[in-house]
Design a protein around this ligand. Sequence first.
Ligand SMILES: N[C@@H](CCC(=O)N[C@@H](CS)C(=O)NCC(=O)O)C(=O)O
Length: 201
Amino acid sequence: MKLKEIVTEKSSLWIFGYGSLVWKPDFKFSRSKIGYINGYSRKFWHGDTFHRGNKETPGRVVTLVEDSEACTWGVGYEVHGAQIEESLRYLNIRESSLGGYVTELVEFYPRGEDEAVLALVYIATSDNPIYLGPASSEEIAAQIAMSSGKTGHNIEYLVRLAEFMRLYCPEVEDDHLFSIETAIIAMLPYLINKKRSMPVF
Ligand SMILES: N[C@@H](CCC(=O)N[C@@H](CS)C(=O)NCC(=O)O)C(=O)O
């Protein structure tokens, strides 16, 4: 089904966010709903050489990996009328040009509703040149701890996503996300001492 076919005659489009889009959509929308999509798990397996890293020290951000047993919670945003073109123009730059994500259509289930709505989602696939793939929680945490980019530190990206899940999806277990957060917290004394011992130029 083509995008233009899911933009119903009411000229409404749903966009599903599961990473930085859950705390910073940065586009105008008419309403938002917490919910999930089936068949994907969220993984810190995508590299980021702009927002949270650079070419020498890429950061790690989330993407979706197909997994028939899994579901991923996030936020669905409904855009209407002029908001559709505005949001797509913005996201195509932020997500596709700068982030290397491509678009897919998925069924989004708002919390407490039986009916799914078709939604656009941005996914970075393994054939993407800055795709980093699987690594242990400790390795991912170490990379996040040492990365920052034009939008901010990679630790902020992780913490805001963990905060979102604790606040809005407290019933959801996300071992991948919270094991990385635990590993980063364990590193903090080292990171602080390293900072202290770093020479000030
Ligand atoms: N496509 C995912 C991930 C989005 C994401 O994290 N994209 C990065 C691009 S590499 C971004 O926009 N980062 C902005 C930031 O880090 O604040 C989502 O739906 O939330």
